[in-house]
Design a protein around this ligand. Sequence first.
Ligand code: DAH
Length: 340
Amino acid sequence: MGLSDDLLRLKDEAEAAFAGAVATGAAAVEAVRIALMGRSGRLKDLEEGFAAAPGPDKRTLGPILNQVKTALKEALAAAQAKVTAKENDAPIDVTLPEQGRHIGTIHPISQVAAEVEQVFTSMGYEVIDGPHIEQDEFNFGRLNIPADHPARDAQDTFWLSNGDLLRTHTSAVQSRTYKLVGDGKLTPPFRRVVVGKVFRYEAVDATHDNTFTQVEGFVVDKEITVAHLIGTIRTMLTAVLKRDDVEVRLRPSFFPFVEPGFEVDVRLTSVESTNRFSRWVELLGCGMIHPKVLSAGGIDPTQWQGFAFGLGMERLTMIRHAIADIRVFHGGDLRSLHQF
Ligand code: DAH
């Protein structure tokens, strides 16, 4: 009978073909499977022949067909198992070059931020956070910058369509904190520090970016003076700049939320005169918290005083590493960032 011979021949051929394909690998085994057992493979043809055979023939052919199908499945499984085993104990080529490990580095701003937080924690400050999307009230109003005040012009603002804004300075976290006192959720004395992103609608150049990082520190307590403020700033700069060539100078200045207000400039005495930081550069703003700002939060300014300061982390990090261009920080060029 033709069909039964064909079936038995397929079985023998399949066993030989699978055994042969093992030497070549998984793809060869799969090719044999498709040719013999696939949707239009040899087995399929023979099955169609079986379906067309007359009833009495089917009775003899049926068991042969089943036997052949089982044999094919077994031959396939055996071949696949052998291929896997062979792949698993493939010898390791110890002469291959190493792939090279890419170990990341911590962003220079994050490194300095961690150090700033550590210095302030050691002085008893609490490290806190505030939202990037801020309300006019906290960013300006409660900081003694009313809607028509020209001080708003100094901070070009990204406004949202609902009247909120992207905070232009971390001082917004001061007004949030003082309101907690009015709401009965916090009682002075307290010392707090925040490091976070701020946003200004600015053209980007070597010293300006539209997104940068500020540190804001503030203390509310009794009998706090400018001497405490200066001592705190000196402690921070010594710890963070890690340089022994830093000269510091304090100048009177104006910020609506402090009275008196100062600007602190620094210069590096041991860098070349071509380095920007060999001349005085403004580093931070600070002062004694304005009584109006304390009262706006529900703090009695006849009982409590304090100081506050705010500075740009980028500027601080640039001085520490004598980096000339602020665009390094958000530029995404890993060759620059990996150096720190
Ligand atoms: N918020 C000010 C700015 O971004 C910086 C500043 C000045 C913060 C004086 C202060 C301060 O806390 O007392 O320009």
